[in-house]
Design a binder for this molecule. Sequence first.
Ligand code: SF4
Length: 418
Amino acid sequence: MNNQVNYFVNPMHLFQKDADSKTELAQQTRSDNKQHLVTGFRKEWIELLFRFTIIKIAVKNYSNPWHWLAVPLALDKKRRKNIGEHRLYKLANVGKTYYWSLYTPGWSRNSASFKSFIASEMNRIVPIKGKTNRFTSAYVAITKKCSLQCEHCYEWDNLNQKETQSEDKIHQTIARLQEKGISQIHLSGGEPLLKVNLIADIVRKAQKGTDFWVLTSGFKLHNENAEKIKAAGVKGVMISLDHYLHEKHNMFRGFKDAYYWVETAVHNAIENDLTTALSICVTRDFVTQNNLMQYALLAKKMGVSFIQILEPRAVGHYKEKEVDLTEEQIQLLEKFYLEMNYSPKYKDFPLISYHGYYQRRMGCYGAGNRSLYVDSDGDLNACPFCQKKSGNILNDDFPTVLEELQTNGCQQFKGSTD
Ligand code: SF4
């Protein structure tokens, strides 16, 4: 029996601890914070360099000098259309990379993924000669195995079933996405860290120009694994934390040490310079002003760069359940999102990513528009929450399946025409 199976059977194997070590760990995470938010003059300076890089990309890709300024300006206009006339007072900084948002590659002087992402967005405005990325991001499930029993799990029906995708097939899946061009790949599951060697192998063998993220419950993100995935080239980790209270998170995740795993994982991710996001599924019971604020305060203390807000959907473990938020709760979330990101009062809080805000205004970017989900059978779906299989990425003709995916569209929001 290999180690992975061992850990899966007995998750406690990895996390022998006592109450004192928990407190110590939380304090270390706060005091040794290696990723931070950049504000003030430094933020303005980075933004200037960022704009300069965009103009350089336009100069490189267009022969008509008119496009050198017109296309960057059109990009900026598009951004304003998305977020409104809001001014960002902070950037997330990890090592030499600066981030404006969670789902776009960060900027650094030599970031290939940032450059190809910008060129691809420019291509949507004025076509560029040569290859650009077809996708901004994809979620790829690399295992069906997981030790948890999460209340909202979208993979519930597949969880802990027999694997159908060999490691070789997963490598081929990544290669197929990269052939089309892709800025970010989010490796998910099940619990992807149960296959940590596969993660390292995927990232090492992948072509340059794609950022890899790992979506995890925090289970098995001990220091050795954080070091391993960082060394392989993983850019960031998204760690699920669904409540600021230990016992509520543990109950939501169906395991008594789930909160401790999150604390450990955040600490190890930050120590190893992995860009770190917390991801929360905001349930009806959770969405109050006080709970949102408590959560943001905890995320700030932990030192993460981002918080991702996901709304619950009636799929997987929530299938046929009444989980939709009320109109008032959606309004509260939108207000919270705007204040946290765009009010100078919260400039030292993590950046928030809230898909629902854009999806209600711009339509959905999933379903093969800019993003898609490859499930643990290698089948294409609009996103992890809109699960209507459109065909298999390896067994079927990819362009035909993509067309089908776009025709099926998002099951919740209208598709974006952008
Ligand atoms: S949501 Fe993720 S961590 Fe939770 S049971 Fe499902 S696959 Fe596992």
